[in-house]
Design a protein around this ligand. Structure first.
Ligand SMILES: NC(=O)c1ccc[n+]([C@@H]2O[C@H](COP(=O)([O-])OP(=O)(O)OC[C@H]3O[C@@H](n4cnc5c(N)ncnc54)[C@H](OP(=O)(O)O)[C@@H]3O)[C@@H](O)[C@H]2O)c1
Length: 327
């Protein structure tokens, strides 16, 4: 196989895991990152064609960016934006929505066959109760979105823009909506969780009875690969996850991989929520105590996709990376 794939946001957490997998499969890869300085030395080191690209740059030479490209994997964007104030709102619009639309239009014009966009499960909101009518509530592709924050609303708008561009031409879309992704080089909330477990802080989640979906970055990249090569992926939206686990069990597993004892103690939920409010961490507490479970049957059946790594293997890789970076 010698198809050319353009990966935007290739310097990010997911991008850096995807590049070697694509190379390994014989794809020719063109990768983007924003700053010219971070391009220095990259091409020589990894035999990838690196190119500077900023989604907000009005001067972008899309012909050069997309020339010869068969498929785009669009990862670039502002992640971890939740507030609707000032720069964040602006960035979400110009980078995540307008930038994506411009790129999709240019890709369609340059004859790209497939445009894969990494959206997010957050388009359904933040989750909540685990059970409805005594059954675990699992989100499916047929559920109506209910985006709450600026990031999630931006993802939905960007998805719509891509649908419209593809409907008007011959380019095919694939939209993936993953839950929280973890793995080596993870950042934000998951990295903070690794820190607190490693430091042995006592955590008040022993009696939390929730369930959340996750996906290991290696498994997500494997799913991206399936979406690039399988004809059945064309013009499909997929929820993709590899595991579901409660917060206390996740903490126990992380602690086990770290060779530490999980220091969990029980606290009533109302008290936990009050503590979250008092410390300005209501959102974090809501995520750690609430449920958000994904049904990934569609991608598993439609593309015969199976995650190659188990949750335990993914967590071990992540913790090994974490411990190595601390030395
Ligand atoms: N991580 C998750 O748990 C998760 C879950 C669901 C969906 N997603 C989505 O997956 C995608 C990749 O996530 P990630 O975790 O790898 O994010 P990340 O580590 O923050 O990487 C983001 C990438 O986007 C690039 N970028 C940012 N602003 C840009 C701009 N204006 N123009 C061009 N490139 C820009 C960054 O380049 P620089 O290196 O130059 O900053 C970086 O390469 C994102 O769209 C995210 O919303 C992530």
């Amino acid at each position: 196989m010698n198809h050319k794939i353009l990966v935007t946001g290739a310097s990010g957490f997911i991008g850096r895991a995807l590049l070697p997998i694509l190379q390994d499969k014989g794809f020719s890869v063109r990768a983007t990152c924003r700053t010219e300085t971070s391009l220095e030395g990259r091409a020589a080191a990894d035999h990838i064609e690196w190119i500077g690209f900023d989604l907000v740059d009005a001067e972008t030479d899309y012909g050069r960016l997309l020339n010869g490209v068969d498929a785009v994997v669009h990862l670039a964007g502002r992640a971890h934006v939740t507030t609707g104030h000032g720069d964040a709102t602006n960035d979400c619009r110009t980078v995540n929505i307008d930038g994506t639309e411009k790129l999709a239009r240019a890709a369609a014009k340059e004859g790209v066959d497939r445009f894969l966009f990494l959206s997010s499960v957050k388009v359904y909101g933040e989750g909540g109760e685990l059970y409805k009518n005594n059954k675990i509530q699992r989100l499916t592709e047929n559920d109506a979105p209910s985006a709450q924050d600026i990031y999630a609303k931006g993802k939905l708008e960007a998805e719509d823009a891509i649908y419209n561009v593809c409907r008007a031409g011959t380019m095919h879309y694939v939209i993936l909506r993953p839950p929280l992704v973890f793995g080596p080089h993870v950042r934000a909330n998951f990295l903070q969780l690794l820190h607190v477990v490693h430091r042995g802080y006592p955590l008040p989640f022993a009696s939390v009875n929730n369930l959340r979906s996750f996906i290991y970055v290696g498994n997500l990249c494997h799913a991206i690969l399936a979406c690039l090569v399988k004809p059945e992926a064309a013009d499909q939206l997929f929820l993709v996850s590899d595991s579901e686990i409660s917060t206390p069990d996740l903490i126990r597993k992380i602690a086990y991989c770290m060779d530490r004892k999980a220091r969990l103690f029980p606290m009533p939920l109302p008290l936990l929520k009050m503590l979250g409010k008092m410390t300005g961490r209501s959102n974090q507490i809501a995520r750690l105590t609430g449920s958000l479970v994904v049904d990934s049957t569609k991608i598993r059946q439609h593309l015969q996709w199976q995650p190659p790594c188990s949750l335990d293997e993914g967590l071990k890789e992540t913790v090994d990376w974490y411990k190595a970076r601390r030395v």
